[in-house]
Design a protein around this ligand. Structure first.
Ligand code: ADP
Ligand code: MG
Ligand code: ZN
Length: 587
């Protein structure tokens, strides 16, 4: 037990940590406590000054089962013999611990194995998974097809001087096939697949995570072209610097920093492409998304009805299906299921049939399996009731109809009511998706009205709003406030920026310049006013197009998604209220 390293803590924090069963072992010497946290709490080493009685301390540690050593010169000189005995026991314990560690690391000798990456290497023969095994996520596949081409024909890109992207981040709800897709990319390109899960890093001891990352990348460079896959990136990629004393995980930060360093240290042209997956992109450290790191994000979403059918077909391939089984019907009944749920469903049904000694799986087996899986899903994630589904559909169509009349980038290109794992229940995709930096005043108004279109549709149909519109309101408020405080679009306040531009790049924190209370009141009044006006306009549009709102919503409920020509035909029918033109121009 070395005592020179370790970060400073305090006796009070130490006691709290002991009581919370976070402490692994303690050494007391010369009025100083040195202690190590359990690996699951980060495994760090700390020290604290100690002036109390050893007896009380011993009792505390005994009740919480903490390994304890008092070395000569403890606060009131505990028996030297006892101390010696305890530390001998500790040595044996430590040795056993090292042995365990090294065997977990793949049987490499003690002392050598500590930092060796235990990335599993799948070579070309082992990763036989191809895009044919992944269904219902065509957009993601298309984007990844490009990565396959980089890996297969890297020379073509290098010759012409193109820069191959380094990192692709797969984002989507659990069970949608992110891991499967990463393997399929390796399978399609016929390159080695080195994979590691973010959660494996978190339980490591100080310094090990970082050295594993280093090792992983060294291996990858030797095997190029290849894919490095980091699953559950959020486990290491969380925003750094929480500032919680002793509560933070230095190990995780070190690991993340090492990952960033490694990413900066190679370029895609070397033939190594990093793919990572997460279902919590919002928690990722901003540094990870900077250009030159994960410069591509691919959304892997829950499948719609036809996607579910394809996935069912993939998983039903090896299964003997009865005559009465209609996968179409099953796809229609499994709204909200992710790929993993569907795979599970097929297997449950097959198990049921086998249990009943049948030769083939019948529709009745699927029915029962659906009920089982749904019951599980209800606990795990939200499954929408029919009323909720309807509300979501009206809401999304509302956005689309209002957006159809607005100038600039408000036009909707896709509506879906398939729940997205990341909070939203349905979504409307606006073109162009990229951020616009220059918005005209009428475009700003148009965006406000479009944002409020969802809520307005709910009001028009049900006379009340659900909680689902809160994100829109938040966005509308921010937009309206920015219009006034940053872009100077206020008639009475004039073209004065009340917000420091640089503050856009800082997260959190107050961003307003110091302004007088009168001006603050005026800003709030104008924000409220422009939102109200946009809201009135959205309502007017939807009332005028009430029939269209109805028919489009019914269609959406049937198909779960509207896009392309069909959506365009609906949007072309939207009529504009007479007062709209003036409002767009003058507010
Ligand atoms: P994620 O990594 O997104 O949580 P996985 O890739 O681990 O999901 O999916 C778990 C399993 O579910 C896969 O091994 C596969 O059997 C099935 N699965 C998930 N998505 C799909 C899909 N799009 N097509 C076919 N099978 C899928
Ligand atoms: Mg996964
Ligand atoms: Zn909305």
């Amino acid at each position: 037990m070395k005592t020179e390293s370790g970060a400073q803590s305090s006796y009070r924090i130490f006691v709290d940590q002991v009581k919370a069963s976070q402490v692994q072992q303690v050494t007391l010497q010369s009025g100083r406590i040195d202690y190590v946290l359990k690996p699951e709490f980060g495994g760090q080493h700390y020290y604290a000054n100690f002036v109390g009685s050893t007896e009380n301390l011993t009792r505390l540690l005994q009740t919480h089962n903490v390994e304890f050593t008092a070395l000569n010169g403890g606060a009131d000189t505990a028996s030297g013999l006892l101390g010696l005995l305890l530390s001998t026991g500790l040595l044996v314990g430590a040795f056993a611990w090292l042995m365990k560690l090294s065997s977990a690391g793949g049987g490499i000798g003690v002392g050598m194995g500590m930092g060796k990456s235990n990335a599993r290497v799948y070579d070309e023969k082992k990763s036989r998974i191809t895009f044919a095994d992944v269904a219902g996520v065509d957009e993601a596949k298309q984007e990844l097809q490009e990565v396959v081409d980089f890996l297969k024909n890297g020379e073509k890109y290098r010759r012409i001087g193109a820069k191959i992207p380094k990192g692709v981040l797969l984002v989507g709800p659990p069970g949608t096939g992110k891991t499967l897709l990463a393997k399929a990319v390796a399978g399609e390109a016929g390159v080695p697949f080195l994979s590691m899960s973010g959660s494996e890093f978190v339980e490591l001891y100080v310094g090990v995570g970082a050295s594993r990352v280093r090792d992983l990348f060294n291996r990858a460079k030797r095997q190029a072209p290849c894919i490095v896959f980091i699953d559950e990136l959020d486990a290491i990629g969380k925003t750094r610097g929480g500032g919680v004393p002793n509560g933070g995980n230095d190990e995780r930060e070190q690991t993340l920093n090492q990952l960033l360093t490694e990413m900066d240290g190679f370029d895609g042209n070397e033939g190594v492409i990093l793919i990572a997956a997460t279902n919590r992109p919002e928690t990722l450290d901003a540094a990870l998304r900077r250009p030159g790191r994960f410069d591509r994000q691919v959304l892997v979403d829950r499948p719609d009805k036809s996607g579910r059918l394809e996935i069912l077909q993939v998983h039903a391939r090896p299964v003997t299906l009865g005559e009465d089984v209609s996968l179409e019907t099953i796809a229609a009944q499994t709204f909200g299921f992710a790929g993993a749920d569907l795979a599970n469903l097929v297997n449950e049904a097959a198990l049921m049939a086998a249990r009943n000694n049948r030769q083939a799986v019948l529709m009745a087996d699927f029915k029962e399996a659906i009920e089982r899986v749904v019951a599980g899903l209800e606990k795990r994630s939200r499954v929408l009731t029919p009323i909720e589904r309807q509300t979501v559909a009206y809401h999304e169509v509302g956005h689309a109809l209002v957006g159809a009349l607005m100038p600039g980038g408000s036009k909707v290109s896709k509506i879906s009511i398939v729940p997205r794992g990341l909070g939203a229940l349905g979504y409307t995709l606006q073109m162009p998706e990229t951020d616009r930096y220059l918005l005209m005043e009428d475009e700003l108004r148009g965006q406000l009205a479009t944002l409020l279109g969802g809520r307005s549709a709910e009001e028009t149909v049900f006379g009340k709003v659900s909680t689902g519109a809160s994100d829109d309101i938040q966005k509308a408020t921010e937009l309206a406030e920015r219009a006034i405080t940053q872009y100077g679009m206020s008639s009475t306040l004039g073209p004065v920026a009340f917000e420091k531009n640089s503050a856009q790049f800082l997260e959190g924190g107050s961003t307003r310049r110091s302004i007088s209370p009168e001006v603050a009141v005026e800003i709030d009044r104008q924000v409220k006013q422009s939102i109200e006006k946009a809201h009135d306009m959205a309502l007017a549009i939807l009332r005028l197009n009430r029939d269209l709102l109805e028919s489009a919503t019914q269609r959406l409920l049937q198909t779960e998604g509207l896009e392309g020509d069909e959506l365009q035909a609906i949007l072309d029918q939207v009529k504009a209220p007479i007062e709209m033109k003036e409002w767009l121009a003058k507010g």
